[in-house]
Write a protein that binds this ligand. Structure first.
Ligand code: SAM
Ligand code: DTB
Ligand code: SF4
Length: 325
């Protein structure tokens, strides 16, 4: 009945949203916003199901970039346990466990500025082939990619590449100084050209204004095609990072962000990503009503905690919802 995973042909969609239009959607009266988002959601997705994804940090910490939110940046003292690239066997054991727990997508993250050349990259290709052989979707996030690296990942069978724009072009410089917005966009173009689906989203709660959230959504929604996958993260405030003391953003802001993303990008997967530990069951239910159709499962995201599997099972049971089988 539904074409899953943002693979529906993107016809009759718009790629020319203005900031004013996005602002007027984002600020609709809450019942109207959620109703519109849910109406669009039901046209393209099964509202009873969410996709379960599992993350694995295949290379942790010591990253040369200075992303102000990130526990893995070498610029900040966060106490993260650094480790070099995992063995292929370890990564695949973790993917096997993720599958047993109901995940259908396995995402491998590495704290690199850009994907390496040589043996390490070959190991990542091997991991991708192994994850695909388990029957799972494979996603990687390895930093910036060249066109050739994107092609090699495509040949290994990679389903999606995650590379977030994080925030608006205007606010970006407050958060990251070691690479530019244009470099991020260039990597996304390489991924697209290689025929790998694009996973790109951002983070809210970093001290940005609502206008910055509209700006991020405009960047994402005016790509043609839209990113097939749009992760919306709520900042996980990590001690030692410059954003550790940011005031907590209310959950309703997350719901507005998700609903607006759903309205602008009807066929994409909208992923309720980091930050679920700070959301109540009721807030997460509102996120699903607003069109979120994926969660990260398992007790750990990359380096920070995530709800335990029993809590998620109870949540979905209580809502009469289920994971993709
Ligand atoms: N190093 C690669 C890169 O930045 O492209 C891949 C790994 S990086 C950790 C993946 C994404 O995680 C970032 O783009 C960011 O959006 C998200 N992220 C990192 N730390 C976060 C935090 N504390 N809270 C929410 N999201 C976070
Ligand atoms: C995304 O947008 N969120 C995930 C995934 N893509 C790679 C990562 C969230 C990381 C949260 C901080 C951590 O656990 O280190
Ligand atoms: Fe490095 Fe990625 Fe963290 Fe930025 S978000 S510091 S690039 S691991």
């Amino acid at each position: 009945m539904f074409v899953r995973n943002g693979h529906e042909p993107q016809t009759n969609l718009r790629f020319d949203w203005t900031v004013e239009e996005i602002e007027s959607i984002y600020n609709l009266p809450f019942p109207e916003l959620v109703f519109r988002a849910q109406t669009i959601h039901r046209r393209h997705h099964n509202p009873e199901e969410v996709q379960g994804c599992t993350l694995l940090s295949i290379k942790t910490g010591g990253c040369p970039e200075d992303c102000a939110y990130c526990p893995q940046s070498a610029h900040y003292q966060t106490g993260v346990n650094r480790h070099a690239l995992l063995d292929v066997g370890e990564a695949l054991a973790s993917a096997t466990k993720a599958k047993e727990q109901g995940a259908t997508r396995f995402c491998m993250g590495a704290a690199w500025r850009d994907a390496p050349k040589g043996d390490e990259f070959d190991s990542v290709l091997e991991m991708v082939r192994g994850v695909r052989a388990l029957g799972l979707e494979a996603c990687c996030t390895l930093g910036m990619l060249t066109g050739d690296q994107a092609k090699a990942l495509a040949e290994a069978g990679l389903t999606a590449y995650n590379h977030n724009l994080d925030t608006s072009p205007e606010f970006y410089g407050e958060i990251i100084s070691t690479r530019t917005y244009e470099e991020r966009l260039a990597t996304l173009a390489h991924v697209r050209q290689a025929g790998v689906t694009v996973c790109s989203g951002g983070i809210i709660g970093m001290g940005e204004t609502r206008a910055d959230r509209y700006g991020l959504l405009k960047q994402l929604a005016n790509q043609n095609p839209h990113p097939e996958s749009v992760p919306i993260n709520m900042l996980v405030r990590v001690t030692g990072t410059p954003l550790a003391d940011q005031p907590e953003l209310g959950a309703l802001e997350m719901v507005r962000m998700i609903a607006t993303a759903r309205i602008l990008m009807p066929t994409s997967m909208v992923r309720l990503s980091a930050g679920r530990l700070s959301l109540s069951d009721e807030a997460q239910a509102l996120c699903f009503l607003a069109g979120a159709n994926s969660i990260f499962m398992g007790e750990r995201l990359l380096t920070t905690p995530n709800p335990e599997k029993d809590r998620d099972r109870r949540l979905l049971d209580n809502l009469g919802m289920r994971l993709w089988a």
